[in-house]
Design a protein around this ligand. Structure first.
Ligand SMILES: [Zn+2]
Length: 257
């Protein structure tokens, strides 16, 4: 059984630890910084075994070198096509690859848009453990990442790939942006009751100092405008009919919101 820990770091990043308590080991997703990760590993007497990288941005790979200095045997999983920008990788991956992490299967999904070589890690349900998704900066709770290196059509295809995962899939995205995302979303879809209720819930959670991550694919379907580009309400508000054009226009509006 793999337990997931969420560590808030920097201003609004989350680093996730996958802990195999029985084996005394852990994997870390996108260690922006090393120290808080090392502290938890030490506290819980865990060996670091794997670093999983979703993309090359510094607030995702920044702590990897220091963790490797301390645990030299660590495997670093990352997109093989981005070796120049994620140079510490020991296992180059591509969309469609399947790995096994302590009995849990891990599927690699290519999800370009935020960056050219962005990948996600999907763990299908296994026994009593539900499906889990680590999607970096592509799908956020209530939003999506900025389109730095891809096109709106690529981002749409990537988001639709994630949206096709089971509704119960927990979404572990890398930033606590949910409240700002939903405050924007409601301006685009003011009649969406589920969105309105989610916004209220999230405002309360944040006021109480609680994290809003993980979300689920089911919640995102109902309330995230970037997963709703084929909905008539969003076509109407953007004046576009093609889903990629709807996404491009909502993304443009969010960029200046
Ligand atoms: Zn990023």
């Amino acid at each position: 059984m793999v337990e997931i820990l969420r560590l808030p770091v920097l201003r609004d990043n989350y680093v996730f630890l996958l802990v195999d308590s029985a084996g005394g080991r852990a994997a870390v997703v996108d260690p922006a910084v090393a120290e808080p990760v090392a502290a938890v590993l030490q506290q819980q007497d865990l060996e670091l075994a794997v670093v999983l990288q979703t993309h090359h941005h510094h607030d995702h790979i920044g702590g990897t070198a220091e963790l490797l200095a301390r645990w030299p045997q660590v495997e670093v999983w990352a997109a093989a096509s981005d070796r120049a920008r994620i140079p510490l990788q020991t296992r180059g991956l591509a969309g469609g690859d399947r790995l096994v992490l302590w009995g849990r299967s891990v599927e690699v999904l290519a999800i370009p848009g935020h960056t050219r070589d962005h990948i996600a890690y999907y763990l299908p349900a296994a026994g009593a453990d539900g499906p889990e998704l680590f999607c970096g900066d592509t799908l956020f709770a209530g939003g999506c990442g900025r389109i730095f290196e891809g096109t709106a059509a690529q981002m749409l295809a990537s988001l639709e790939l994630l949206a096709a995962l089971p509704a119960a899939t927990r979404v572990w995205c890398a930033h606590e942006y949910t409240e700002a995302n939903l405050r924007f979303a409601i301006t685009q879809e003011p009649e969406n009751q589920e969105l309105l209720e989610r916004l209220k819930r999230v405002v309360k959670q944040r006021a109480d100092g609680e994290a809003t991550i993980p979300s689920t694919i089911g919640i995102e379907h109902a309330t995230n405008p970037f997963l709703r580009c084929r909905q008539p309400a969003l076509q109407a508000v953007t004046g576009a009919t093609e889903a990629a054009d709807v996404l491009a226009e909502i993304r443009r509006r969010k960029d200046v919101f």
